[in-house]
Design a protein. Structure first.
Lengths: 256, 286
């Protein structure tokens, strides 16, 4: 009985969610078609859909997607490598944790995007400044979670492994990494999200190419339907990536 | 060459590390080094300060001797120029305007996010239905629709406030929902059986219970609003700080640019610290 009620409730919430989305779409449609909302502000959803199909079919999004994806991959890999490495070495001594952890946490709490003008000044308007700011911003959550992960490994586990004669490598591979992995993974996930956000953000603010740049260009040329199509495209990609990363994280936790 | 080991119990296996709190025997002979070592070990904050000073020194020498003065300015000069930055026509007003945008954006985020969070969190059905939608919107890179905010709200402070709210409101909703969700049902049941009405339950059971998560949400909301306002300011601005950062960058005045950014960073740190203190203070009753 209880299970059946759960199922109906679940179906009902699904219905509410779908209803909500449909209502938003209906409002959008009604606003543009019947209530005379300016098409320069809010294009018709049908037009947007046609534009989206057009953009996808013609493949005109590819160059921008390539730029953004390259920037993102390089930035995230840099942040991941440096963050886990620095975090690991800091976590090896409780003393260094106490020295560095507040420093990292303090820097992490200020919006680093403020420094974007400086990055543009140093690295130019091209991809280098985006990579640099993305890597900087996602470095901090990664290093913080790595320090927390390796720093809080249960001492009993380490002692037990040592007393059974584990070598440095064995201790690292079979005790420290599995114990720290869940925390590090959640840091990597946050780093992933903020790297994506900051790269799209810096592309929007000052850039020469990339998806963010393209959206701004279209907005400035008042090609709203196409701009909406690009926005939908980018949102879909990020939503997909987020789902993918959540899956990976969950799998990493189980197998860690 | 740091060896892989944890501290304490396992340390007997190998020689002590520099970070070990017990004093190393190598220095027994020298009382003064010994004392300094002890002092540093007991006060990691001093070493932390040392690291910061070292980084400033690296920056200073790099800026003075190795790099193009058009692009970078040594910290000593930046610090000395803070007064000049504040004297620049319009900068005090820009700072005031940005602060105003922040305050209004934060107030709106809390005023809307808190009731919404309560409404969603207190009703299990609403939570199951609307939380996925909230999380979906929370996870979206809202920066992609920033041009739209400008089109709708103009390039003045309104668009910055609106964009700040778009970033600040969702973390508040999510944490409030999480805070209400953790409420033990037994507390609600016992309050009800003692004859508490809806308002009483809200005031004396739910509200005290969710204070810690409420303040955690305020902190996240504050950094969200800060991020949103600054992004919008940097994107386009007629009078706020975004205008001046662009101007200083384009005119190659790194000293003023660094000074302005340092001031904004200080503002961000202070705001963050205020909310963090409040969070700490109001969650002490537990």
């Amino acid at each position: 009985m209880a299970r059946r009620r759960d199922r109906t409730q679940q179906l009902a919430s699904r219905a509410v969610q779908i209803g909500f989305l449909l209502a938003v779409l209906a409002l959008w449609y009604a606003a543009t078609n019947f209530w005379g909302v300016n098409h320069l502000l809010l294009p018709n959803p049908v037009t947007v859909f046609h534009q989206l199909v057009d953009v996808l079919k013609s493949g005109q999004f590819l160059p921008d997607l390539r730029v953004t994806a390259t920037e993102f991959v390089v930035a995230f890999l840099l942040a991941m490598a440096s963050g886990t490495l620095v975090g690991f070495f800091v976590s090896r001594s409780p003393y260094w944790i106490r020295v560095f952890e507040p420093l990292f946490a303090g820097i992490n709490s200020i919006p680093i995007i403020l420094l974007l003008p400086l990055y543009v000044l140093f690295f130019g308007l091209g991809a280098a400044s985006k990579i640099a700011i993305g890597a900087t911003i996602s470095f901090f959550p990664i290093v913080l979670s790595t320090v927390a992960g390796f720093g809080n490994v249960d001492r009993m586990l380490v002692t037990a492994a040592r007393s059974m004669g584990a070598s440095d490598y064995q201790l690292f591979r079979y005790v420290l990494v599995p114990a720290a992995l869940p925390v590090i993974l959640s840091g990597l996930r946050i780093g992933f999200t903020v790297a994506l956000l900051s790269i799209l953000g810096s592309e929007t603010i000052a850039s020469l190419a990339g998806l963010g740049h393209q959206i701004v260009q279209l907005a400035e040329n008042m090609e709203m339907a196409q701009m909406f199509a690009y926005v939908v495209f980018v949102l879909a990609i990020t939503a997909l990536l987020n789902v993918l990363v959540s899956r990976l994280e969950a799998r990493g936790r189980r197998h860690g | 060459m740091t060896s892989i080991q944890s501290h304490g119990a396992a340390t007997t296996v190998r020689p002590r590390q520099s970070g070990d709190p017990t004093v190393d025997s190598r220095f027994r002979g020298n009382e003064r080094i010994d004392g300094a070592r002890r002092f540093l070990l007991r006060h990691p904050g001093v070493v932390r300060l040392g690291v910061v000073v070292l980084m400033l020194l690296v920056w200073e020498s790099a800026a003075r001797f190795f790099m193009d003065p058009l692009f970078i300015s040594p910290p000593s000069r930046v610090f000395a120029s803070l007064g000049a930055v504040l004297d620049t026509e319009g900068v005090p007003n820009a700072l005031r305007l940005t602060f105003f945008e922040l305050a209004v954006g934060f107030a709106i985020s809390v005023a809307v996010g808190l009731p919404l969070g309560l409404a969603i969190g207190l009703e299990p059905f609403a939570r199951r239905s609307f939380m996925p939608i909230v999380l979906l919107i929370y996870g979206m890179p809202k920066i992609t629709i920033l041009p739209l905010f400008i089109l709708v709200f103009g390039i003045g402070p309104e668009s910055k406030i609106a964009f700040g709210v778009a970033h600040g409101i969702f973390p508040i909703i999510v944490t409030v929902v999480a805070g209400v969700q953790n409420l033990k049902p037994i507390l609600l049941v016992s309050a009800r059986s003692m004859g508490a009405g809806r308002w009483h339950i809200l005031r004396w059971v739910i509200f005290p219970h969710m204070i810690p998560s409420f303040f955690a949400g305020m902190r996240l909301g504050m950094s969200g609003v800060l991020l949103g306002v600054l992004l919008a300011e940097l994107y386009v601005s007629t009078a706020g700080i975004g205008y001046f950062t662009t101007m200083f960058t384009e005119n190659f005045q790194p000293t003023k640019l660094f000074g302005l950014i340092a001031m904004l960073a200080a503002m961000a740190i202070v705001l963050n610290e205020i909310v963090r203190r409040a969070e700490h203070r109001f969650s002490r009753w537990r």
